[in-house]
Write a protein that binds this ligand. Structure first.
Ligand SMILES: [Ca+2]
Ligand SMILES: [Ca+2]
Length: 84
């Protein structure tokens, strides 16, 4: 094995590790977004308390998840909650 082969081998390993990491992040974001859209029955991009009622754990943590206290969860508030 010459130096060039070692270099390319390392580069491929680094690239595949970065790719795997990126893919897992993406799938987490996608599933949270899909869950958000499933809950957002009227598609106004916000989850009201009534919409959250169909998800017991979300309903229980609704006030804590509502970071700006406007009574609705927007997508970033919802995604921030699913990350923790
Ligand atoms: Ca809604
Ligand atoms: Ca809010």
């Amino acid at each position: 094995m010459n130096k060039l082969t070692v270099f390319f081998g390392a580069a491929v390993l680094a690239a595949s590790a970065a790719y795997a990491d990126d893919t897992s992040k993406k799938s987490t974001a996608t599933s949270a977004t899909a869950a958000f859209e499933a809950l957002d029955k009227n598609a106004d991009q916000q989850i009201s308390k009534a919409e959250a009622a169909s998800d017991k754990s979300l309903s229980d943590s609704f006030a804590a998840a509502d970071a700006n206290g406007d009574g609705y969860l927007n997508k970033s508030e919802y995604v921030a909650r699913t990350k923790s």
